[in-house]
Design a protein around this ligand. Structure first.
Ligand code: ATP
Length: 137
């Protein structure tokens, strides 16, 4: 069996994940990519999405990430994200409130040109993705 790889997910505020993983799937800007031991090194930007990995015991884990970069080395994946939370650390009420705010802003955007549509859409995507991460399992 292949060796594990080290997964590290960090934000400007905190270290979110630092553990051994059997496989890591990440939301690259050019599409989702998977990293196993021995992967060819590369660097990519990330989009808002879910990092999924199998920990050393084979349990499936999900982590929310928004923005940033991932570096894959043959035995390590490092993610530097603008924000990231493990599934268990996502506050569902906060994500639902953010979703409602973003929907309201986008609903108003047709008549109210003060609404920043790009920003509201990005907030909507973060909220939906957080709720999707909570919904895994
Ligand atoms: P909100 O409008 O609720 O702040 P947001 O998508 O604008 O949501 P971010 O800019 O992505 O928030 O993150 C700001 C900080 O708040 C980060 O530290 C992030 O981890 C944390 N955070 C945001 N939403 C949640 C949530 N639902 N549960 C836990 N932490 C959250």
């Amino acid at each position: 069996m292949a060796d594990n790889i080290k997964l590290e997910v960090v934000t400007p505020e905190k270290l979110v994940v630092s553990e051994e993983a059997q496989i890591v799937m990440s939301p690259g800007s050019e599409g989702e990519f998977g990293v196993l031991d021995g992967h060819t090194p590369f660097l990519t930007t990330l989009k808002t999405g879910m990092i999924r990995y199998k920990d050393a015991s084979g349990a499936e884990r999900a982590v929310f990430v928004s923005g940033g970069f991932a570096e894959a080395l043959p035995n390590k994946v490092t993610v530097l994200a603008e924000s990231a939370e493990r599934r268990r650390d996502i506050n569902v009420e906060r994500a639902r409130a953010a979703l409602a705010r973003a929907e309201e802003r986008l609903g108003k955007s047709v008549s109210d040109h003060e609404v920043d549509v790009v920003r509201a859409k990005a907030a909507l995507m973060r909220a939906i993705t957080r709720l999707n991460v909570i919904g895994t399992k």
